[in-house]
Design a protein around this ligand. Structure first.
Ligand code: TXA
Ligand code: MG
Length: 332
């Protein structure tokens, strides 16, 4: 585990150039980084995470110019390319991943042999400096074993992947707390494959029409769309907003309320129903709820809670990403 001093960043960047794995903080969650141009390093990422090879990685860059080394924007046509550039201008650095036509220099292992590549310019200064000092393109999935919750602190990475990574850069807690929004620009209209840290409303404000992947009508294209993903060890039951007082929990189960009002209602209507109640955002702020979600689930897992009952949050802004992750974590 390294503090992000310039000296340590150089050490970690050299390690990346040598094909080693470096876990790095981003504003969304911690990533498990490898040189995007090195197939052997990429293979180690899949091995370390126990991740199936059909699940492609996100390539992280430190500048907009570096996108051209991994993606071919012109293959989108002139209006598609200008749409992609407008999105980068508006939302990068930040929690938006763009699916773009790939350049042949990107190894098939990074993209699961798809003709497209996922690209993101993260906002975290530690990630950006590390990428800049390395080859300029770092492939990084979330730094968790496949199927488990994404890490929002360096200690989560150490607990989950420990010996399987060469260095962990400790950049503190990830401020956004849920993964990036994944937007496919190889289709028209653009399609949100995974709701995340950038709200769909903000994409719509720039693009007009955006489609959002609907798992009830479409079969998964990205494994992030598989329903059983991002799950804690505890059993998680997802119920409609306001329904927690009506639940039938096992002894010792805890409740995960959206806001203080919902917790107050639970206490008034069903005192003692749950062993404890946790609140994602006392004031009902969806940005705070997103930031607290994995944090809370990680700490509940660490405390050995076996059953969590969570209520859905409002389906607006980052609430979409929160509901998506709660759904994926839940028992179906
Ligand atoms: O916030 C994030 O996106 C974090 C940080 C580390 O940047 N990364 C992350 O990576 O969440 P990962 O690998 O856990 O999720 C990447 C998602 C997966 O759902 C993957 O299937 C999808 O992006 N993806 C990657 N390349 C794709 C492609 N060419 N076409 C469609 N989906 C793709
Ligand atoms: Mg992941």
């Amino acid at each position: 585990m390294l503090d992000p001093t310039e000296e340590n960043l150089r050490l970690a960047a050299d390690a990346l150039r040598e094909g080693k794995l470096v876990a790095l903080p981003t504003e969304t969650v911690y990533g498990l980084g490898a040189d995007a141009f090195n197939p052997r390093a990429l293979a180690r990422v899949f091995e370390a995470k126990n991740r199936p090879h059909f699940d492609p990685l996100i390539v992280h860059v430190a500048t907009v110019e570096a996108v051209d080394r991994v993606a071919d924007l012109e293959a989108l046509g002139s209006s598609g390319a200008s749409r992609a550039r407008a999105l980068m201008e508006a939302f990068w650095p930040g929690p938006l991943t763009l699916i773009l036509p790939k350049r042949p220099e990107v190894p098939d292992l990074a993209t699961s042999a798809l003709p497209s590549v996922a690209v993101r310019l993260p906002a975290h200064p530690v990630a950006r400096r590390l990428i800049e000092l390395s080859t300029g393109a770092v492939a990084a999935p979330s730094a968790n074993p496949f199927g488990y919750l994404s890490p929002t602190r360096a200690a989560h990475v150490a607990d989950q992947l420990g010996e399987r990574v060469d260095f962990i850069m400790d950049g503190g807690r990830c401020p956004v707390g849920v993964e990036s929004t994944v937007l496919d620009l190889t289709v028209d209209p653009p399609l949100v494959l995974r709701p995340g840290g950038l709200s769909v409303d903000r994409l719509e404000a720039l693009l007009g029409t955006v489609e959002v992947f609907d798992r009830s009508t479409t079969s998964p294209k990205a494994p992030g769309q598989l329903p059983s993903h991002y799950a804690p060890r505890a059993r998680l039951k997802l119920v409609p907003a306001g329904a927690l007082p009506l639940c039938d929990p096992s002894p010792g189960a805890v409740a995960l309320c959206f806001d203080a009002a919902s917790e107050a209602r639970l206490r008034a209507e069903a005192p003692g129903l749950f062993a404890r109640a946790f609140v994602l955002s006392p004031s009902g702020d969806l940005v705070e709820a997103a930031a607290e979600l994995f944090e809370t689930l990680h700490s509940l897992d660490a405390s050995g809670v076996a059953e969590i009952w969570a209520e859905r949050v409002p389906d607006a802004g980052l609430g979409r990403a929160v509901n998506d992750r709660l759904y994926k974590a839940s028992e179906k």
